[in-house]
Design a protein around this ligand. Structure first.
Ligand SMILES: Cc1cc2nc3c(=O)[nH]c(=O)nc-3n(C[C@H](O)[C@H](O)[C@H](O)COP(=O)(O)OP(=O)(O)OC[C@H]3O[C@@H](n4cnc5c(N)ncnc54)[C@H](O)[C@@H]3O)c2cc1C
Length: 315
């Protein structure tokens, strides 16, 4: 089987999980696409998982109420061994990248990190990944059981199948975690998360200053229910938090529409949003590289165009 560890938050399956289902189906490896749901009170997540997977394994336990790398690695390894998984797929999130290498060590399996494309070459699983500041895309491959992390935003999310997959409860023998989370403060935002958003409005240095960013980028995003992104230049200048950075050293996104305001389109930015379905760019420089990837472009001054867009979107 192809084992995917489902990522979920607040009782909902994350888009990254749907993307991993597509990655599994494109991998060329045989066997049922199996989603492993770890957590507590995860019935709703398991039902969502069943809509896209061939089968769902559910571990609904108090010991899994909160993520812990040791516990997640132990649970994943156990299920991978019992199910003789040929691929173990884990999200390329902060937590996924923390426990995936542990799973690889426990399984004595090769580890392919940050896959943006998967296929098979005979018995070997092939993955593509970015390297050298995303200027180079390299292909790596490994035989046997392989542990892979999948870069979020690199695959299209899987659509529900005609028939939902079967759900099975699984027993786990879990270790007592040695690291405890003793405090947590959560940043509250009513805005849709960047990696979940269907539409993203991103602001670059061309927006001018933090006040304009709030007025233009957040103003437009809030009117149309979009997520907010930023370039590294904007994040480095301290106008916006790192969590909003799109690009090679930020988030990879693949929304239905990506609206870039005052973004030049540097290669490191493009590597994080180049697969968006529709790219709409507004930039005063007709030669800006963003126009090479844009589906729709407006050459003009943000200060004149965006207020009109906000006004139109309000109506
Ligand atoms: C190792 C490494 C990793 C990196 N990782 C990332 C990353 O993850 N994400 C990322 O974004 N960058 C990343 N970068 C930085 C990247 O190379 C660029 O410097 C950055 O993306 C540029 O940001 P920008 O488009 O906002 O700014 P600029 O390149 O300065 O572009 C501003 C644009 O705004 C336009 N403009 C100016 N005024 C107006 C106006 N009034 N109306 C309309 N248009 C206007 C200009 O014509 C220009 O095209 C990385 C760089 C390195 C070396």
């Amino acid at each position: 089987m192809i084992l995917i560890v489902a990522e979920h938050t607040a009782g909902k399956l994350a888009k990254s999980t749907l993307e991993m289902v597509t990655a599994a189906r494109e991998s060329g490896r045989e066997g049922p696409v199996t989603l492993l749901v770890l957590g507590q009170n995860v019935a709703a997540v398991a039902a969502e998982a069943a809509a896209v997977a061939d089968q769902v394994l559910v571990a609904d336990l108090p010991a899994l109420a909160a993520y812990n790398a040791e516990v997640w690695a132990a649970a994943t390894t156990q299920i991978a061994q019992e199910g003789e998984a040929s691929v173990v797929m884990i999200g390329g999130s902060r937590s996924g990248r923390e426990y995936a290498p542990r799973v690889a060590v426990k399984l004595d399996a090769p580890y392919l990190e940050d896959a943006i494309k998967l296929s098979s070459n005979g018995a070997a699983l092939q993955a593509q990944r970015y390297t050298f500041l995303a200027r180079v895309t390299e292909t790596v491959e490994a035989d046997g059981t392989v542990v892979v992390t999948v870069k979020p935003g690199s695959f299209a999310p899987a659509a529900p199948a005609a028939t939902p997959g079967e759900q099975y409860d699984v027993e786990l023998d879990l270790p007592a975690p040695r690291v405890q989370v003793t405090g947590r403060s959560v940043e509250k935002s009513s805005r849709v998360a960047l990696t979940e958003a269907d539409v993203i409005v991103t602001g670059g240095r061309g927006v001018g200053n933090p006040e304009n960013f709030a007025r233009y980028v957040e103003g437009l995003a809030d009117n149309i229910g979009a997520g907010v992104g930023a370039t590294r230049a904007v994040v480095d200048a301290g106008w916006r938090p790192y969590a909003e950075q799109v690009g090679q050293t930020g988030k990879t996104v693949q929304p239905k529409a990506y609206i870039a305001l005052g973004v030049s389109g540097a290669v490191q930015h493009l590597s994080g949003m180049g697969k968006s379905k529709n790219i709409i760019a507004i930039n005063k420089d007709a030669e800006a590289p963003i126009f090479k990837v844009a589906d729709y472009g407006i050459v003009g001054d943000i200060n004149e165009i965006v207020p009109a867009l906000i006004e139109a979107s309000r109506k």
